[in-house]
Design a protein around this ligand. Sequence first.
Ligand code: 76U
Length: 472
Amino acid sequence: MLTLNMRSADRKSDYIYRQIYRQLKKEILLHHFLPHEKLPSKRDLAKGLKVSVNSVNSAYQQLLAEGYIYAKERSGFYVEKLDTLPVPFGSSRALNPELAESPDSRKDWLSFSHMSADRSCFPFDSWLNCEHKALRSRRTELSDDPSRFPQGIYSVRRTISRLLSVTRGVKCFPEQIVLGGGTQVLVQLLRQSFFQNATFAMEEPGYKRIYRLLTMQHADVRTIELDDRGIKMNEINRINPDVLYITPSHQFPTGIVMPISRRIQLLNWASRSENRFIIEDDYDSEFKYECDTIPSLQGLDAFDKVIYIGTFSKSLLPGLRISYMVLPQRLLKAFREKSRFIMQTCSALIQLTLQEFIDSGEYRKHIKRMKQIYSERRMRLIEELGKKFGDDVTIYGANAGLHFMSAFKSGETVDAILRRADEEKLELYSLRRCFLRSCINDREPRFILGFANLSKENIEEGVNRLYRAVYG
Ligand code: 76U
């Protein structure tokens, strides 16, 4: 007869039926019952264990639902015939230490990371108000089946289309906008929908997360080096790709702002064949220094050839995971057909909160404030680098965005510098992470210096640490 290992503490903290269920399950898995053996009747077992028949019934029902036992009408419950588990039941399932994730506690570190926006200045309270408002007044959309809005909630897209027209000169209808939980998601959608057999070309150095995404799926991706105006035109003509992936507003990572001459050349190139398209990744264009923002390539495109991609990762916070693309009208019908089964990846609550944040004027206020803050930090960082390194540092592409590129005259290798930066508790990224084919000769060590994570007061100390890392 079954006995239960029930300590009185367990009786209090766990339902009795769960204890019976667990014990029986264990015995069945350990083959302490024969296959097809009859279990004691509920009444007998309840009596033996001094518990209620209800508890035994619940335990049996759970075992029945999971398939450990089966019932025969007017006869009782029987044990199912189960194969032996390859790993003994109850054996340790400890996490392999190599797989352990340690929460990143970089206390006292300073960061030149280009990968996030400033969190200390984010208006969390206004964001929360907008979220409250969305929760109070947008309940229909929040509870709607998201498959009804595969491109994202219409009113959110309307708000974004108005914003883009004002801030980026992007010309579009809300119908052309597709929201998604990140730039990679959107590029993935494009590839699946239109570019399964396309030849892509990307800037070298460039955005490796997209390069990897595409090559991982065996896409044909060529890389094209840059001249002082951005991606090289003669190479585009030579390679003749179908899709160009570029960052014209602030080339990632070198910071080149593509001049109008190259933009026109690119649009003309795209217009010369039905199958050519340009993906414009406009990831950090909200921030431009010492002149006004430069309108998007999409706004200039009269041929309906540019797919515009933007994100709120830099202007708000990267963890929100909300990005968008603007499809040319000529692709929209096909996109809707091809992506019919795809669910929207961006949460409705984030979409509606964002809409409220933009419509209430908070977004404009936030960008205005951040422009000022980032502009001061950028200036300060350039000044401090000049003071400390003099002619031994060259800065590139500092006219826009939240990072610039820097090259140092130093006999040290990139590896040695990065190792010392680690010892100095300085988060630092070299340009290598952006070498798509890793064949660029890095004569001078080059680094991406992001200034979104460094408060004005910490800039001097950050540069001191950088100096010690660069020269030992
Ligand atoms: C994004 C480029 C060129 C898009 C970017 C970034 O998914 O919308 C870079 C690195 O947040 P998402 O992507 C935005 N296009 O550089 C943002 N930068 C990346 C994320 F922080 C990191 O890995 O070096």
